[in-house]
Design a protein around this ligand. Sequence first.
Ligand SMILES: [Zn+2]
Length: 428
Amino acid sequence: MPIAATNLTDRVLATIDAAAAEIVAFTSELIRIPTINPPGERYPECAEAIGRRLKACGFDVAYHPAEGRPEHTASHPRVNVVGVRRGRSDRPLVHLNGHFDVVPAGEGWTIDPFAGIVKDGRIYGRGACDMKAGLACAVYAAEAIRRAGIELNGSIEVSGTVDEESGGFAGVAWLAERGHINASRTDFVIIPEPLYVDRICIGHRGVYWFEVTTRGRIAHGSMPFHGVNAVEHMAILIDRMRRDLAPALARRTTAMPVVPAGARHATLNINGIAGGQPVGGIQTPCVADVCRAVFDRRFLLEEEFDAARAEIVQLLDRLAASERDFRYELKDLMVVHPVRTPLDSPLIAVLDRSLKKVLGRSGGLVASPGTYDHKHVTRIGGVTHCVAYGPGVLDLAHQPDEWCAVDDVINATKVIALALLELAGAST
Ligand SMILES: [Zn+2]
């Protein structure tokens, strides 16, 4: 006998409230496995913790070590986990994906970053917000539907993947390359990254990482005029980037709703620099003959990658023309093109409706200042209906004393569960 949709909704929401302590405990359990990346620690253990939970929630579970990837080594194996729970049919298939790697804890913590402490309505720890809470939401959104006794028409998949923080090549990219996340079988993908509990994230800016090497000429440090100092040439380049390029980038604005608003402009960051003798080593008086720096240029959907790169080349060529003995090499390290969910995607409409039911409001659409696994889902897997939606405040990601509000975790679980009901189709 069919039951009214509101009835299904109420049952699922009540089930999630009843499971709140379990959802929080599972988040803490994941935080206590320090899956620090780099270098990629304790991945198999975390994949198994997620796999065990998925199995207990009625999923068929498979582990996918990233065979063939150079970063998949004996000391740091890259193991992904995928659980599938079939409904009455295979389609529509809704895939929930979360990465379980976390960035290093870094300095400045006032609590143990890997204890999974819960206090004052917050779950604390490295990865609490980015994005072990999101993974717990994914698992329990699916589980709540089962506990409410609802059989879906379509199917649900939940994956826990590695290396998002370092590009996701052994994680979501690897799964997408092998057809596990692919438009031929996957209809919708939701990634519960921490982009505010009332917002739907529709994509991200592009990334261009490049390395510049300046080459000088070694000479005795007491007679620097006999040499060419590569560090000084790098300093000139950085100065030009600050004086000429940065203001031009700041004037470019994307129409995508990137948050925070400061990231609606094109940006450039210096990731690192090394030149001359290793500082801290034994010093000899020499003019630095080589200097290397790595730069992180974030480009907008409205900018073309080729134009963004050409702008860097032009700047370098101008210096080569104006500065005596300025010699450089430019090496592309990584290019990620921007992605955007089609605005008429049913995923957006369904999540928007679910937000209004759960929170009484929807904060609307946002886009991420940084990239996440959306790029692989769409560019490799060909799945266009992909969004990020999950608990947590983006600004807390990668910070000391990272936390996620328990209320956010429960609400995001509810929103995702209601979206699953609609997307996969539910009856009793
Ligand atoms: Zn993340």
